[in-house]
Design a protein around this ligand. Structure first.
Ligand code: 0WD
Ligand code: CA
Length: 340
């Protein structure tokens, strides 16, 4: 695997407006030795939640591409073309990497080829839609806890401190845009980054991923944490080259009782004590094989033709082909901007 290179970044503000800059990047603030962050605080009265029924698909990444054409196109022929094989969200890669070990949730990806580049955009499965519609109040609050933890751990400016009295607004995001290679596949993807360290260090090695997780009290819980949680954390941060995850362990009442740092490069060592545990190479091989399969299947170069790939636990990957359907996801403005 080639090293991931950051080729750009963008920010989404409190109203989900796009900016081709780092304005939403926050700074990591080392917590006190024994913190007791209350993650419940503000859920009822200081929470602005992004509208999850709005499906943004690849729109923000496409916007970034059109604003930064020179960085990602080659002009060796008469028409400029993107010099990558695949464009997608980092979250899509995470799902592909963890597929060999996933036994609960399937996935569905819409895939289309346009001017040689293959675009991949997730489609919400029926089951995921049901889970989202039937979310309990408890579950909604627990989803808030992760964002509240970010607020305790991040400062808006390099010289400032976190402000836990503020509003948590999940429209806001800072995203890195990364180029890398997985075997022969050239990838361009974007992922949301929680914060960076204050010390002068280049991206992506300055970045920090923040997570919350249930406090570990028994050997069984520790084993599950290693086998399932660390796999997800590793897969998410490995591809963009984010070197560390800072985890807040919380009790049932949403109080953080311990903060611990995990190095991505040490994760696969950390879990070697577990039997039949996950292996990075199994993840990478599956992802590589899937992308090879997609290159082969997605042969028509036409954004009105969408190939839907789907997978369910204990099944093989399947696909269907759709012409001029509801699944098309490359917007007119993008096609025009790239074609002209
Ligand atoms: O399927 C996806 N991953 C999609 C992501 C589909 C459509 C849009 N997005 C975009 C948004 O623009 C967002 O800013 O998600 C961006 C983040 O993308 P990602 O980095 O590829 O997503 P992922 O790695 O799954 O999640 C990173 C963080 C999450 O943090 P935790 O610590 O829980 O992993 O992004 C947030 C969440 O805070 N997040 C999202 N934010 C907006 N829309 C979404 C989403 N669909 N999913 C996760
Ligand atoms: Ca996070």
């Amino acid at each position: 695997m080639n090293l991931p290179i950051e080729v750009g970044c963008f920010s989404l503000d409190s109203e989900r407006r796009f900016f081709n800059d780092r304005r939403q990047l926050r700074y990591y603030a080392e917590p006190a030795l024994n913190p007791s962050f209350d993650l419940k605080d503000g859920f009822k009265d200081r929470y602005v939640k992004r509208d999850e029924s709005v499906k943004e698909k690849l729109d923000h990444i496409l916007r970034w591409i059109t604003s930064n054409k020179a960085k990602v196109t080659t002009k060796d022929s008469s028409k400029p073309t993107l010099d990558v094989d695949f464009v997608m969200w980092r979250g899509h890669l995470t799902k592909l990497l963890t597929t060999p070990y996933e036994n609960r949730e399937g996935w569905m990806f819409a895939v289309t080829r346009f001017r040689g580049t293959i675009y991949i955009s997730e489609v919400e499965t029926e089951a995921a839609r049901r889970d989202r519609d039937n979310r309990t109040e408890r579950h909604s609050e627990m989803m808030y806890w992760g964002y509240k933890f970010e607020q305790y751990m991040c400062a808006d400016k390099i010289e400032s401190s976190p402000d836990p009295s503020g509003v948590v607004n999940t429209n806001e995001a800072y995203c890195t845009v990364v180029r890398t290679r997985l075997a022969t596949h050239k990838l361009l993807f974007s992922g949301e980054v929680d914060c960076r360290v204050r010390e002068p260090k280049d991206p992506p090695s300055c970045y920090v991923e923040l997570k919350t997780s249930a406090e570990i009290c028994t050997p069984k819980q520790r084993s599950n944490f290693h086998r399932f949680k660390l796999l997800k954390w590793w897969a998410q941060s490995f591809m963009p080259g984010v070197p560390q995850v800072v985890a807040g362990f919380r009790d049932h009442d949403g109080i953080v009782v311990k903060v611990e740092t995990f190095q991505i490069s040490k994760m696969s060592q950390l879990i070697k004590g577990e039997n039949n545990c996950w292996k990075p190479t199994v993840c990478m091989n599956f992802c590589n094989d899937f992308l090879t399969f997609v290159k082969d299947v997605v042969s028509e170069d036409d954004p009105s033709v969408v190939y839907l790939f789907s997978w369910e636990p204990r099944r093989d990957v399947g696909f269907t082909i759709h012409r001029d359907s509801q699944y098309g996801f490359l917007p007119e403005w993008y096609i025009n901007e790239i074609t002209r």
